[in-house]
Write a protein that binds this ligand. Structure first.
Ligand code: S3P
Length: 444
């Protein structure tokens, strides 16, 4: 698909479906980065083949790692810890991916040459000081000095030291950056991290890497150090709950419909969406739970309902739903009462300023909001039905804005022109295909 816009003119008809979504993005990126540091051949099944993950693969290929991708498998020929081939004048393009951009840096901290990291327009607006600062303390240099955004160059060092790092945002990317830096740093990295998705911790544990975790309230005290070596490892990547979220919303906002999503990652640190929606009156269930390398996976069962009610969302759930807020806002717009989401300044620091844009889109469809720099009140209307024409443009090609608007069009009505539909390739390449094949959606 490469049309200029997606034209959505009809709501989805009632459905009763079982389906799978693409592989989890966070786990896919972590697997490929760690497999590049392992010795020998690592294989992944169901690896997400989205633009973000392909950017990660391009980066490690430029660093001398051989990668084969076929329909079902991805094979990485790892060269061991710090086994990258550091040529001069390497430029790595992280594309749209904050995760690739921020998590490749700690693997480069021994590079004898400067390596330049670039990204697309959206990524070049995002803050990198959050990972530059701890890496500086470890002994890594960045150029130009003091620059906070891409493009930047990193220069490694032979003289690296472990740090005590206090992660206060609840950012898994920042926490993971320091954890990955410990692969190449002598001594013990000590991290006090506000709780966030823990895929890196689980992967370290399953690879028997040195890690200890002590939990206290909403903070984890993590220590990591370098393993002698890292053995190659295979992984079967479960479906992405962040992609599932759009089909959960499609079901909740449609009439008389039900859906089963098979083999989805159900890591508790990602389940904010289910907790929030169940507090709002949905009854989403998870079943057939198993564990893959420490990651809980299973099936999600969703039924549509007429009884969605507003939520005063506890900020303790923010981190575990951070990528799902746009679609949660849409559901709040069709729920009874005034919903309130707070302490969400991080949301404006994503691929687009999502708190602001989410509010703007709701206003466009006639839903009142009160927006501050870190909170939103949404005045829900369970009877909302749209008849007008809506255009979605200039949204920094944020994949989750694209998917949110597509779901709004398919459930609330109206005629929607959604520009840059290819933006969804960033995280969920099968999104449109699933809508066409499983839900009989016709895009004009
Ligand atoms: C991610 C962490 C989150 C999330 C992003 C993926 C990860 O970002 O928004 O899409 O894979 O670690 P922050 O850690 O910056 O909140």
């Amino acid at each position: 698909m490469s049309s200029k816009y997606l034209l959505v003119t009809k709501k989805v008809k009632k459905f009763n479906k079982t389906l799978q979504v693409d592989g989890d993005k966070s786990i896919s990126i972590r697997w490929l980065l760690l497999a590049s540091q392992a010795i020998g051949i690592s294989k992944a099944k169901n690896l997400l083949k989205s633009e973000d993950v392909l950017s990660g693969i391009d980066c490690i290929r430029k660093l001398g790692i051989k990668v084969n991708i076929s329909d079902n498998n991805c094979i990485i020929y790892g060269r061991g810890i710090n086994g990258f081939k550091y040529r001069k004048n390497i430029i790595l393009n992280a594309g749209n991916s904050g995760t690739v951009g921020r998590l490749i840096l700690p693997l480069l901290i021994k590079s004898p040459h400067k390596i330049k990291i670039i990204g697309d327009k959206s990524l070049s607006k995002r803050d990198f000081s959050r990972v530059i600062n701890p890496l500086n303390k470890i002994g890594v240099k960045f150029y130009p000095r003091g620059k906070k955004r891409l493009p930047i160059s990193i220069l490694g060092s032979k003289y690296l030291r472990p740090i005590n790092y206090h992660e206060k945002r609840g950012s898994a990317q920042c926490k993971t950056c320091v954890m990955l830096a410990s692969l190449n740093t002598p001594g013990e990295m000590k991290i006090y991290a506000k709780r966030s998705r823990n895929h890196t911790e689980l992967m370290f544990k399953s690879l028997k890497m040195p890690i200890s975790i002590k939990k206290s309230g909403n903070v984890d005290f993590i220590t990591t150090s370098s393993p002698q070596k890292l053995d190659s490892f295979n992984l079967n990547v479960p479906g992405d709950i962040s992609s599932s979220a759009f089909f959960i919303a499609l079901t909740l906002l449609s009439k008389n419909s039900q859906l089963v999503l098979k083999n989805i990652n159900l890591n508790p640190s990602r389940l904010g969406i289910i907790k929030i929606l169940n507090k709002m009156g949905a009854s989403i269930k998870t079943k057939n739970i198993k564990s893959i390398r420490g990651e809980k996976c299973g099936d999600i069962f969703i039924k549509s309902t007429n009884n969605l009610k507003a939520i005063n969302c506890p900020s303790s759930l923010n981190s575990s739903a951070i990528d799902e807020f746009l679609i949660i806002f849409l559901i709040a717009a069709k729920s009874k009462g005034v919903s309130y989401f707070k302490d969400l300044s991080e949301l404006n620091k994503k691929e687009s300023p999502r708190l602001k844009l989410g509010s703007k889109i709701l206003n466009m469809i006639g839903v009142k909001t009160i927006l501050t720099k870190d909170s939103i009140k949404i005045f829900g209307n369970p009877k909302i039905v749209l008849h007008k024409n809506y255009e979605i443009k200039n949204y920094l090609k944020d994949h989750r804005v694209m998917a949110m608007c597509t779901i709004a069009a398919l459930t609330l009505g109206g005629v929607w022109k959604i520009y840059d539909p290819d933006s969804i390739q960033t995280s969920f390449p099968s999104f449109i295909k699933i809508l066409k094949k499983e839900f009989d959606v016709k895009f004009l």
